[in-house]
Design a protein around this ligand. Structure first.
Ligand code: NCD
Length: 311
């Protein structure tokens, strides 16, 4: 793949990156983590932030990242917009594009929306999460956080990562397993059969419904938010049943080897997918994940909207 051109129209999916492309973004993020807060690399660039779904971490960290690079962010409130009057997504994004912005950061419940919006408007679009499809900036910040903890990206090779929870509806799981595969890590998906995608995933991932059975093999336990709406849909019998089999309780945490790290994309629902004491433990990287989101998103925005050459 011609990697320098890979993100020319935007960043929609981890599938656009090969190992070299991901490495270059992560190196740049490391540079931003230790560099000055204020830069003018995107001076004069205007980016519209379109969040059609709720978000705290992702939205604010994209905004902080853009601001630190000198770009202006135009926020769009979908609830008070003409979308609420029935205007179509295409009309809305074309209206915003007509103001002459340079691009958009988009979160939508519709899988594929960022790529489609880019096609409709001709603008560069960065995906901040689209339905159950992809959340590539999350995958990169997770890889960044893991390599920070382990000392290098090479240390990801052979790492055994268990992604636990609602895999079927998770854009986080989909993008992360792509990212882990680029660096030779091994993914095991852990979920009850009803929360596993019916036809499975890529051939390089394993799947099991037995969390207890694989606890001892894992180097990383990556927990997903259990979306409460799933219970109403009959996909899990009850909260109690889910906690009994899939929550990282204190008792399960004690059975992990001491060097095992815990991750979660947030927002955490304490007592459901993970005990609050486990989230606060030294082995938890959850705070680092949130903090590193800014550096990784700076690297993404620079790559997509910047004119400069990146090493
Ligand atoms: C995730 C998302 O929205 O996809 N959160 C995030 O971006 N930090 C995960 C979730 O909401 O479950």
């Amino acid at each position: 793949m011609a990697n320098d051109d890979a993100l020319k129209q935007g960043f929609w999916s981890m599938g656009q990156l090969d190992r070299q492309g991901a490495e270059s973004l992560l190196r740049r993020a490391r540079h931003f983590a230790s560099g000055p807060r204020r830069l003018d690399l995107l001076d004069g660039v205007e980016i519209a932030a379109l969040f059609f779904e709720t978000s705290t971490r992702t939205r604010v960290s994209f905004e902080v990242a853009a601001t630190r690079l000198g770009a202006a962010v135009i926020n769009f409130d979908s609830k008070s917009s003409s979308l609420a009057k029935g205007e179509s997504l295409q009309d809305t994004v074309e209206t915003i594009a007509s103001f002459g912005v340079d691009g958009m950061v988009v979160r939508s419940s519709a899988a594929g929306a960022p790529e489609l919006i880019s096609r409709w408007t001709g603008l560069k679009v960065v995906n901040a999460g689209d339905g159950a499809h992809q959340h590539p900036s999350q995958a990169l910040l997770d890889l960044f956080t893991l390599s920070e903890r382990l000392g290098s990206l090479d240390a990801l090779s052979g790492l055994k990562v268990g992604i636990v929870g609602d895999i079927a509806h998770s854009r986080v799981a989909r993008s992360l397993m792509d990212g882990l595969d680029l660096f030779g890590a091994e993914t095991t998906l852990v979920a009850p059969a009803t929360l596993m995608p019916p036809r499975g995933f890529a051939p390089y991932v394993r799947a099991t419904s037995d969390f207890d059975g694989c606890l001892g093999d894992l180097d990383v336990v990556y927990l997903l938010r259990l979306q409460q709406e799933r219970i109403g849909q009959g996909l899990i019998p009850s909260f109690g049943e889910y906690v009994a089999r899939y929550s990282l309780t204190r008792e399960r945490h004690r059975r992990l080897r001491p060097e095992v790290v815990i991750m979660h994309p947030g927002p955490v629902y304490p007592g459901m997918e993970v005990d609050s004491a486990v989230i606060a433990a030294e082995s938890s990287l959850v705070r680092s994940q949130t903090r590193n989101g800014v550096y990784v998103r700076m690297a993404i925005l620079e790559k997509v909207f910047g004119a400069g050459v990146m090493e």
